[in-house]
Design a protein around this ligand. Structure first.
Ligand SMILES: *Cc1c(COP(=O)(O)O)cnc(C)c1O
Length: 228
C-alpha cells in the first residue's frame, strides 16, 4: 500500500471501530504522528486532506513546522513526547496541543512562558499506566494535585488524559486503567472529557473503549526511517 492507501485504510478502520461502539468517527480526532519523517510526507498528507500532526521531539518538530508553513500548508501540531522544561518556549511557538503534561515543574514553566503570549494551549495530562513509579506520565497518587495545578493556569485548557499502552498482548487492561484514572480526573475537572489513547497497534481497541484522540504513526506513514 502507498501512503494514500494506508491513510484511507486507517480512516475506514476508525469508521468501523466507532460504529462497533455506537459512536461516530467524527467524535475521534486522528493525529498523524510524523516523527522521523520529512516535511515532504506531511505535505503529502495535507494534500490528501489531513491537517493534524504529532511530533515527539522539539528540535525536529520546530524545523518541520517551519518548513510546512513556508510551503504554504496549514497544519495543526500536537506535541506528544516527553517534554523538557527548556523546550517549552519553543514548543508553544508552534504547537496547539500538548499531550504529555506529567509533572508540576512542566506546568509552572508552561504558565511562565504562556504568560508572555496571549495563547491558550490545549493540554492532556499523561498517565503512567505501569506500576513503575517514575516512568513517563503522572503516577496515580499525584494525579489530583497535578490536575488542580493545571486548572489554576488560565492559559491552559485541560482536555483530559493521555495514555500510552505498553507492549502487553492485550491493551484492554491498560486502557481500563486509563478509563478509571480519567474518571478520577473528571471528578475534579468535569469538562475534561478527552481521552488521548491508541496508536498504530491498538487504535481500534482504544476507539471501542472511548478514545477521543488517537495518535497513529507507522500504520499511515509506513516504517520510520530510524528507530524511534
Ligand atoms: C510515536 C508515537 C506514537 C505513534 O506510534 P505508532 O506506533 O507509529 O503509531 C503515538 N504516541 C506517541 C506518544 C508516540 O511517541
Amino acid at each position: 500500500m502507498n501512503l494514500a492507501e494506508r491513510y484511507r485504510s486507517v480512516l475506514a478502520n476508525i469508521e468501523q471501530a466507532a460504529a462497533r461502539s455506537g459512536r461516530s468517527a467524527s467524535d475521534v480526532e486522528l493525529i498523524i504522528v510524523t516523527k522521523n519523517h520529512p516535511s515532504s510526507l506531511v505535505l503529502e498528507l495535507v494534500n490528501l486532506g489531513h491537517g493534524i500532526f504529532g511530533e515527539n521531539r522539539d528540535q525536529e518538530a520546530s524545523k518541520k513546522a517551519a518548513e510546512v508553513s513556508q510551503a504554504g500548508a496549514a497544519a495543526n501540531w500536537h506535541f506528544v513526547g516527553q517534554l523538557q522544561t527548556n523546550k517549552v518556549k519553543s514548543v508553544i511557538s508552534y504547537a496547539s496541543t500538548i499531550h504529555s503534561v506529567d509533572r508540576p515543574s512542566l506546568v509552572s514553566e508552561l504558565a511562565k512562558q504562556l504568560a508572555k503570549t496571549d495563547k491558550i494551549l490545549d493540554v492532556f495530562i499523561e498517565l503512567n499506566l505501569t506500576d513503575d513509579l517514575g516512568r513517563g506520565g503522572v503516577d496515580e497518587p499525584d494525579l489530583a494535585a497535578l490536575t488542580e495545578q493545571v486548572l489554576g493556569v488560565k492559559q491552559l485548557n485541560l482536555l483530559g488524559v493521555m495514555a500510552v499502552a505498553g507492549l502487553a498482548k492485550d491493551p484492554r487492561s491498560e486502557f481500563d486503567r486509563a478509563l478509571r484514572l480519567a474518571d478520577q480526573l473528571r471528578r475534579i475537572a468535569p469538562q475534561a472529557k478527552g481521552l488521548s489513547m491508541g496508536m498504530s497497534e491498538d487504535y481500534q481497541v482504544a476507539i471501542e473503549m472511548g478514545a477521543t484522540h488517537i495518535r497513529v504513526g507507522s500504520a499511515i506513514t509506513g516504517p520510520r526511517p530510524n528507530n524511534a
